[in-house]
Design a protein around this ligand. Structure first.
Ligand code: ADP
Ligand code: MG
Length: 698
């Protein structure tokens, strides 16, 4: 039976079972079915022995002619086979007694392995299968076909559970129990997307006849994962919608309209759509769960302002959380100058003097403040809102899931707007952000000229300096970014401090060059940033502290040295620091000549496009989903076992459709949700490897 311990299988006693449980997490026969090969090798191509070359990995078959101990002290066993074109000897150094027992003259066998020649053709410790010559059929699981390789450990191997050992027990588990596995997905649902049945998939994931079949099996198992995950998301959306109801407020339209008419620019069409969608969410009785994604510089802040104006009022408050003090301050200044008369705004950051913080706390608690803008300081205990109605998270990928919900929990039923400048490939937004509605700002403000991006070797630095000089003399400013703050013995990279000294003394002695990095104290940083914004600094040498959100429109050049050290998303973010005004801006990527192919590819990608959505897709392709999820959603590095988010977009969409349909037919959402929360939803989970899926949910 599927739920029986693996000791019910032949050859597995309690001791082996315990080691398998410890090293491979396998307890039941069903777990074995889901112990998925890490890869396959193709041994389906048979060669004639006469055609085998030395050092070639081959699969041959033949009849055993001789089994004999050999060597000076009879230390090894030779098993000679013959396929009528030539003969070949399998040589066994270990387990001799066992092999003497199982090989006998006249047996028909298959050998696989790397052939060498030592007096005769041999394979040392070939993998082998016996061929049943009574029926003539081949039941090979180790040779003569596509062979699964399994993860193992030294301890497991010493007990016989190398790939070969796993193949044996997995095969017997399949033979014994596959017919008991029930398909929980209806046949017509599978059929519509050409998905194979669960039994077929579980067999083929281990013992596929072709690589196409292995892929079909993966697809089917991926569908189980995705479907279950989407089911969960869909259920949670419906549960939230139907059980949480907001207090209604009347939107102050005249206040909102006067804000619009005070803007110095026209909103882009995408900005308008975003605001419309947010307005509808705010008016609806259910809490908003919206992700606003828009490339760097696409103008998300003004959308956030609109959201605040729409949602605040009649005592209801809003909170805006940003990942850095610099950014929080920048927002504070912007909000104050744009909506100060309508909305009483306070700032709250960890670096503020005690008394000021105290003042903010009081304003928040008394309701004297309508909006508080701040950093992580907002989620501290001391912060008690009078009536928090809207939570906005800027650059949300910098925060963990817990931090977002911690802020949200400071209100009763709150609207949530999260913003990100790192566009998310659709497959990811449908999975990791599946509980959010997504709004995208794809168009840039029309006044904006696209940044010109160039990549140079270090030999071209002199020319780069001359360009910087030229733009400074026209009144512009520039960023100069390095990956490290200080020199390090371990890696040979230029550091910000080193380059700062060099530029200040030797290259731009007449210019105002300053340094900014994360290890300076808050006051120093603020003062540098303030002077830079004010135009009192020409060149800001810095680390990636400027990466997020900083808006200084007069900067037209950003130089990034050691561009090979940065990821795609990071480079794109850094580039987004320029091109914010009306002037043509430039992004100059400098790297040494001897960099890896991947680094070169990243740089080429950045040079070739300004479109953050394309870059995000490329990032997903180059890095794989697991890592990207970690980047996009801090503390959420888990990925799926079978689904590949960079390939399976169609499957994700399909799984979502099917899941939504299922969920829409549920009558008692609350009680099903309860079951989910208590992890008692086994009917759905049949045929899905429970532990794996559960980890996606937690
Ligand atoms: P991000 O989306 O990266 O947060 P910001 O909100 O900081 O971008 O906007 C970047 C700059 O563009 C700001 O200086 C802002 O005032 C300006 N801006 C925003 N919307 C428009 C628009 N529709 N037309 C012109 N400029 C705009
Ligand atoms: Mg921003």
């Amino acid at each position: 039976m599927l739920n029986d311990p693996i000791t019910t299988l032949k050859g597995i006693g309690p001791k082996k079972a315990e080691q398998i449980r410890r090293d491979a997490g396998i307890e039941t026969v069903e777990d074995l079915l889901y112990y998925i090969p890490r890869r396959y090798v193709d041994r389906s191509y048979f060669k004639l022995i006469k055609d085998c070359f030395v050092n070639e990995t081959v699969t041959v078959s033949g009849t055993i002619r001789n089994v004999a101990l050999a060597g000076r002290r009879r230390k090894f066993l030779e098993v000679e086979i013959d396929d009528s074109t030539d003969s070949l000897t399998g040589v066994f150094f270990g387990g001799i007694r066992y092999f003497m027992k199982i090989f006998s003259v006249g047996d028909y066998v298959i050998f696989s392995g790397k052939m060498n020649f030592y007096l005769k053709k041999q394979i040392v410790h070939p993998d082998f299968d016996f061929i049943d010559d009574t029926s003539g059929s081949i039941h090979a699981i180790n040779t003569g076909r596509i062979i699964p390789l399994y993860r193992s450990t030294e301890n497991l191997k010493s007990l016989g559970f190398d790939s070969r050992g796993f193949r044996r027990i997995i095969k017997s588990a399949l033979d014994a129990c596959l017919t008991q596995v029930e398909d929980t997905i209806d046949w017509d649902i599978l059929n519509r997307h050409a998905l194979i049945g669960i039994r077929e998939a579980l067999y083929a994931i281990h013992f596929p006849d072709t690589f196409e079949q292995a892929e079909e099996a993966r697809k089917r198992l991926a569908f189980n994962e995705l479907f279950f995950h989407q089911y969960y998301l869909s259920l949670s959306r419906r549960y939230l919608r139907e059980t949480k109801v907001k207090k209604q407020i009347d939107i102050d339209d005249s206040r909102y309209r006067s804000f619009l008419s005070s803007l110095l620019f026209q909103l882009t069409a995408d900005q308008k759509t975003a605001i419309d969608e947010i307005r509808r969410d705010i008016e609806s009785p259910y809490p908003m769960n919206r992700l606003l994604q828009g490339d760097v510089g696409s103008g998300k802040t003004v959308v956030a302002m609109a959201a605040v104006l729409l949602a605040c009022g009649q005592g209801r408050q809003a909170a805006l959380m940003a990942p850095t003090e610099i950014l929080a301050q920048q927002h504070f200044i912007n909000f104050q100058s744009s909506i100060c008369r309508a909305i009483r705004t306070v700032l709250l950051t960890g670096g503020m003097p005690r008394a000021e913080k105290q003042n903010s706390y009081e304003m928040i608690t008394s309701g004297g403040a309508d909006l508080v803008i701040g950093t992580h300081a907002l989620i501290q205990e001391d912060v008690v809102f009078r009536d928090l109605g809207l939570v906005i998270i800027d650059e949300q990928h910098r925060f963990g899931v817990e931090q977002r919900s911690a802020l949200r929990l400071k209100g009763d039923v709150t609207d949530l707007l999260v913003m990100t400048a790192t566009p998310i490939p659709r497959s990811l937004s449908l999975t990791i952000y599946g509980d959010l509605h997504v709004t995208s700002i794809r168009t840039m403000p029309a006044s904006r000229l696209p940044v010109k991006t160039m990549a140079f070797g270090e030999a071209r630095l002199d020319g780069v300096y001359r360009s910087i000089e030229k733009y400074i003399s026209q009144g512009r400013q520039s960023y100069y970014v390095l990956p490290l703050i200080e020199e390090s013995d371990k890696i040979d990279l230029k550091s910000a401090i080193q380059v700062y000294d060099f530029l200040k003394k030797s290259v731009f002695p007449a210019r105002r060059v300053e340094l900014l990095h994360g290890r300076m104290n808050q006051e120093e940083r603020d003062s540098v940033m303030y002077r830079f914004k004010n135009g009192d600094i020409d060149i800001l040498v810095c680390t990636t502290v400027i990466e997020v959100g900083i808006d200084v429109p007069n900067v037209t050049v950003i130089v990034i040295e050691h561009a090979e050290r940065f990821g795609l998303a990071q480079l794109h973010q850094l580039r987004g620091r320029v091109g914010r005004g009306r002037e043509q801006s430039f992004c100059i990527l400098i790297s040494p000549d001897d960099i890896s192919d991947e680094s070169r590819k990243r740089i080429e990608t950045i040079v070739s496009t300004n479109d953050g959505f394309i870059i995000a897709e490329e990032d997903l392709r180059q890095r794989g989903a697991g890592e990207l999820i970690g980047v996009l959603q801090h503390g959420h590095g888990k990925s799926f076992e079978f689904a590949d988010l960079s390939l399976d977009i169609d499957l994700i969409l399909y799984a979502r459709d099917v899941a939504e349909k299922h969920v829409s037919e549920i009558i008692d959402v609350a009680s099903l949700w309860e079951q989910f929360m208590h992890k008692k939803y086994s009917p759905l989970l049949n045929g899905i490897r429970n532990k794996k899926i559960l980890s996606i949910l937690s």
